[in-house]
Design a protein around this ligand. Structure first.
Ligand SMILES: Nc1ncnc2c1ncn2[C@@H]1O[C@H](COP(=O)(O)OP(=O)(O)OP(=O)(O)O)[C@@H](O)[C@H]1O
Length: 315
């Protein structure tokens, strides 16, 4: 048995009738890592997270959670907490009473269960005694996270945890998850927000139609992404366009109509970094200033689109 992984999945399959939700999934997540799961709608992310939480069992393959094989029983493995499809909460109870009920279910005394601490960690102290019925989606998400933290998990599994969060709350949640991971907890999250994944995760798995099409460090994905789209604003877009057309390995994307020579307009160029460097050097030589140079989409998003589109093309 492997002793150093929080999640070890091998050749996992899961079908719902004729629908193959997971089709031979391998996944490793080490303790202390924040692992992102991304993929188009229906890729199988929630199904996979549900297996880790013991909400369903795989049809075949092996799943070890915190070094223990997951059996056929529908129960969260010891040391695992989290939620899919939103946290399960009692709307008629206050935030504090929800957490007390959870503590009681686990046989713990509400006075010593650390309820105030987790409410503080997720920034809900001020509304601790308000009924959950009146909570916004973001507040519910944070209370769900507090409930998970209360169990001091060694594996935290969250389906779109930053859904519905405003930017400040999102930062708050990011801090909580990062702190948890630095204490050795493995965190697996799904998200449709690439910026969230990039901000939080050191590693990512891209799922498409129930298969893992990439799994590894986010940096590796960036390094492998090759050509990317850059938005370029210069003091002379016409000259910039002419220079760009002359560089091999660089092309204009959505080139404006011929003869349209505008100053100060943005161009979008697709290039590997070497060709982009060449363009910038030529612009400087020609006396054209670069006012802005930015990625149109991040390397993660580009890889996500490339890998998932590729699969679509291959049928
Ligand atoms: N309980 C179920 N009964 C029938 N089909 C299901 C069930 N759960 C999931 N599926 C199907 O399995 C596939 C994977 O769904 P899943 O919810 O895991 O995808 P997802 O990647 O989480 O999608 P999303 O990004 O939309 O949340 C989909 O085709 C879905 O319709």
């Amino acid at each position: 048995m492997n002793t150093s992984l929080a999640v070890r999945a091998r050749d996992i399959t899961k079908c719902f009738g004729d629908v193959v939700a997971l089709d031979g999934i391998d996944l490793d997540v080490a303790p202390g890592r924040i692992h992102g799961l991304v993929g188009p709608n229906g890729a199988g992310k929630t199904t996979l997270l549900g297996l880790m939480l013991g909400l369903a069992v795989a049809d075949s393959g092996t799943l070890e959670i915190l070094d223990r094989p997951v059996g056929r029983a529908l129960a969260a493995p010891d040391g695992v907490a989290g939620f899919v499809d939103g946290p399960g909460l009692y709307p008629s109870l206050t935030a504090r009473r929800n957490l007390a009920a959870l503590a009681a279910l686990r046989g713990r005394d509400a006075r010593t269960a650390g309820i105030d601490e987790v409410l503080d960690q997720v920034g809900l102290t001020d509304v601790a005694d308000d009924r959950v019925r009146g909570f916004s989606l973001g507040m519910r998400q944070r209370l769900g996270l507090a409930a998970a933290l209360l169990t001091m998990p060694r594996l935290l599994v969250l389906d779109e945890p930053t859904n519905g969060l405003d930017p400040a709350s999102k930062k708050h949640v990011h801090r909580v998850l990062t702190r948890l991971a630095s204490g050795g907890t493995a965190v697996v999250i799904s998200s449709h927000r690439m910026d969230d994944i990039e901000a939080l995760c050191s590693e990512v798995s891209i799922l498409n139609t129930g298969r893992v099409v990439f799994s590894g460090p986010v940096d590796k994905l960036s390094a492998e992404s090759g050509e990317l789209d850059y938005r370029l604003v210069t003091t002379d877009a016409g000259t910039a366009r002419e220079l760009a057309l002359d560089i091999s390995g660089l092309r204009l994307v959505d080139e404006p109509a011929a003869g349209h020579r505008a100053t100060g307009e943005a161009l979008v160029v697709r290039a590997a970094v070497e060709a982009l460097d060449e363009l910038v050097a030529r612009l400087v030589n020609a006396g054209v200033a670069v006012r802005e140079l930015s990625l149109v989409i991040s390397p993660l998003e580009a890889a996500f689109l490339a890998l998932t589109e590729q699969q679509k093309d291959n049928g």
